[in-house]
Design a binder for this molecule. Sequence first.
Ligand code: HEM
Ligand code: HEM
Length: 182
Amino acid sequence: MSLKNTIDSYGLISKSFHWIMAFIIIANFILGFFLDDIPVGPYKLLAFGIHKSTGILVLGAIILRIVWKGFNQTPMILSSNRAFVILAKSLHHLFYLMFFVIPVSGWAYSSAAGRAVNFYGLFTLPDLVEKNQEQAKLFDNIHVYSVYFFLGMLVIHIFASLYHHFIQKDKTLRRMWFGNSN
Ligand code: HEM
Ligand code: HEM
């Protein structure tokens, strides 16, 4: 399997970025969702620390992924319907945008709430904004609404790939998976 993409399939690096990041993002989404339910104490602090650090890891990974995308061609969307092609491309680009908006709003919220972000106990990130309760509320809302918007996008994305696989019976899903897609 080639490391780079070709015009009709994804290479090993793009596939690895896709599936490893999908796993980490979904795990962090679930963790974020349960943060409020953890009783106040050391476990809550630990869970917040892991959630925030993992979100920053996603931010770093998305930058590398975009750089890698720049060195690669993107396989053509397998559809003869122009509207679907535009929709699929837009959704893919929107995913990239969301993985700036979601981590940066989380980071800005933490800064505005006066709780600096420490990356897995290794170092502390600079604050993005000054401490300010009103801004904290704003960034909190952006973070929460954008994660739910992302969830809607993900549902469409998964249904679209299952539609290609089971109804259209084309190789859209196979060419994003590991192994031979033909
Ligand atoms: C992959 C990236 C991320 C995902 C998918 C994600 C997802 C979530 C979710 C689902 C929630 C719960 C929302 C709710 O209460 O309904 C949440 C809350 C939270 N997230 Fe994230 N998050 C990410 C990155 C970050 C980052 C980078 C930070 C900070 C550096 C952060 C800080 C927070 C905080 C402080 C809360 C609690 C908000 C509150 O209780 O109102 N998140 N996140
Ligand atoms: C957090 C979860 C996910 C995100 C953020 C995500 C994002 C993306 C993005 C941005 C692309 C465009 C290719 C690229 O730039 O790498 C893509 C392609 C793809 N994704 Fe996902 N994805 C996620 C989860 C999934 C899941 C769970 C499935 C399957 C059930 C899936 C199936 C596919 C397929 C088949 C393609 C190739 C589409 C094509 O070639 O036209 N993705 N995904």
